[in-house]
Design a protein around this ligand. Structure first.
Ligand code: ADP
Length: 587
């Protein structure tokens, strides 16, 4: 059963471990898959947004360039400009130019449109008054003249107004012929980046807390941020960070690394980014999103999966515990049932045996009774009649008188034997109640009742006082009578028996000593004499039945005590009886 329980436990534990293993490994694989997927998706999104923005910016640039190019090459432009330059006061010439200049400006696409003459003097300007017009334009014109095409400036910040603008300049050639014509004028278009370019950059195609696109350019050994940043106001053309920052995606792009970049952005926040260079410009573009935002759903998912896994583990643990408990309860019940059955069986057997024993005791008692009465009656008749014949006819009997005396003594001895056997049997079956017995009183009574224990035939003295003990009074009386009887009997011829009684306390025990001046006992006989019918002497030397000490031993042991003897042949014997002392509160 125990073995079964163990193998059941091992099986349960193995199943639990296997289930947990599968759950944990499965969960881990699932989560790392999800993580890889999430990461790939985020990188894809960044790339896609970067491409989209790149396309939008490029388109926007191309549109601006082609707008300008249209006017740069249009014949009517050259045809209108020439008269206007030649006759500055002609209203007609001026309004002809103004007409297409307005078309070019297209409401507020450009905040200023200027016509410059050969000396870079503005000759005509359409300008939103609030806005500053920049004077610096020589470099741009230079470039436009060299390429004989539209030149686009970088982003420029006006120091006084803070305006960030981007300029387009195109020369106008004689006969509108960019190949051979001499340049006669130039048109400058000024564009507010905050109005047109930055919104284009800043709009993110999907809702996001942290995503942004940004433009940067290299400025010496620094990265210059071109637009206003989502997470930092007023950064356009003013925020600079070292180009060699290893983790900054914007720096990475300018150092030539594009595509997917993971790094730490200008705020020190970990981001997933994609970088591109904008063709035809020195601009680097970065589309990025905080790693936190990307991984938050993933983390939520992880937490959910963890929770589910944990619950599954706990549930399977509980299940195992439950099974185990059920099993244990079953086993316990089985064991209890077994025990109850065994108990019932035991009780039944004890009952049976007790009944048998009672029967035997009853039989024994009946037998003892018949012995004491039926057997002793004829014995008494024999001894009585022998005594009568001896008394009346001793003279006539002559030598036969001695024979008859032998018959008489044998009958007496037989009677003594029967009485001793009866005493032993009584002691063996008698209930030994534990009463308090005053030893001293008992000893005195025994001495008083037996002349052979009294002067002048013997000297029996009590040394000190004898305490009370726990025992059975009648049995103890018998024991003392036997011990004292032996003490005065087994003495050498002509010696007056001297017996001393004294008591010794030993823990909760009292040892009563009976010391005589008799013949003593050989060492090898000291155990034997307590057995039934064991005698060391013949009937002629010392009378007796060999039952007295057996009675003492049996009685004392039944009272929970012990007996023993110390002796040396020729130097007397000291028999002892150890009994339970009376506890203080009992006395
Ligand atoms: P009984 O006295 O009837 O012979 P017991 O059982 O009383 O039988 O004693 C057994 C034997 O032990 C005695 O026959 C005797 O040899 C020896 N014995 C008993 N008491 C003493 C004693 N006080 N001194 C010497 N021997 C003893």
């Amino acid at each position: 059963m125990d073995k079964n329980a163990r193998s059941f436990g091992i099986r349960l534990a193995a199943i639990f471990l296997a289930v947990s293993g599968v759950l944990v490994i499965g969960g881990y694989v699932y989560l790392s898959d999800r993580q890889a997927e999430g990461r790939a998706a985020a990188q894809q999104e960044m790339s896609a947004v970067a491409d989209l923005k790149l396309r939008q910016i490029s388109n926007w640039r191309a549109e601006r360039l082609s707008d300008a190019r249209f006017f740069a090459r249009a014949r009517f432009v050259a045809e209108d400009i020439q008269p206007f330059l030649n006759q500055p006061d002609s209203q007609a010439a001026r309004s002809a130019v103004e007409h297409w200049l307005r078309l070019l400006k297209a409401e507020d696409r450009y905040y200023a449109v200027l016509v410059l003459d050969g000396r870079l003097e503005p000759r005509l300007a359409l300008s939103d008054s609030a806005r500053e017009s920049d004077a610096f334009m020589g470099g741009l014109l230079q470039k436009a003249l060299e390429t004989r095409d539209v030149a686009m400036s970088d982003l420029i910040q006006d120091q006084t107004s803070g305006l960030i603008h981007l300029d387009l300049m195109f020369p106008i050639f004689e006969d509108a012929d960019p190949e051979r014509g001499a340049p006669i004028a130039a048109v400058l278009l000024k564009l507010d980046a905050r109005h047109f370019l930055f919104p284009l950059i800043q709009v993110w195609p999907t809702p996001s807390q942290s995503a942004e696109t940004l433009l940067v350019r290299r400025d010496g050994e620094t990265v210059l941020f071109l637009n206003d940043l989502r997470h930092r106001a007023g950064s356009a053309l003013s925020l600079r960070v070292p180009l060699d920052l290893p983790e900054l995606p914007a720096a990475k792009v300018l150092r030539g690394q594009t595509n997917v970049l993971e790094g730490v952005d200008y705020r020190g926040v970990p981001v997933v980014a994609a970088g591109r260079m904008v063709p035809g410009t020195g601009w680097g573009m970065v589309a990025k999103m905080d790693r936190e935002e990307i991984y938050a759903p993933l983390r939520r998912q992880m937490a959910a999966v963890g929770l589910v896994l944990g619950s599954l583990l706990v549930a399977s643990g509980l299940l195992v515990a439950l099974l185990w408990r059920q099993r244990s309860a079953q086993m316990l019940q089985l064991a209890k049932d077994d025990l109850a059955r065994a108990n019932a069986e035991l009780e039944r057997r004890v009952g049976e045996r007790t009944a048998q024993l009672r029967e035997s005791v009853a039989e024994l008692e009946a037998f003892s009774y018949s012995l004491s009465h039926d057997l002793r009656a004829p014995l008494r008749a024999i001894s009585n009649f022998s005594a009568m014949v001896l008394e009346d006819h001793r003279d006539k009997l002559g030598v036969d008188a001695a024979l008859l005396e032998k018959v008489l003594s044998a009958a007496k001895r037989m009677d003594q034997l029967i009485r001793d056997v009866l005493a032993l049997s009584r002691i063996s079956r008698q209930e030994m109640g534990t009463e308090t017995v005053d030893l001293e009183r008992l000893v005195r009574k025994v001495i008083q009742e037996r002349p052979e224990l009294q002067a002048p035939r013997a000297q029996v003295c009590i040394e000190g006082s004898l305490p009370a003990v726990r025992g059975h009074e009648a049995s103890l009386t018998q024991c003392l009578a036997n011990l004292l009887g032996n003490a005065v009997k087994f003495v050498a011829l002509g010696v007056i028996p001297q017996v001393r009684l004294f008591a010794e306390a030993n823990g909760d025990r009292i040892r009563l000593w009976v010391a005589d001046n008799g013949i003593g006992i050989a060492p090898e006989a000291r155990e034997k004499i307590f057995e039934m019918f064991q005698r060391l002497h013949s009937q002629e030397e010392y009378e007796g039945t060999g039952i007295g000490l057996a009675i003492v031993k049996r009685a004392v042991e039944r009272m929970g005590g012990k007996v023993g003897v110390e002796s040396e042949p020729g130097k007397g014997s000291r028999f002892w009886v150890e009994l339970r002392a009376v506890a203080p509160r009992e006395s």
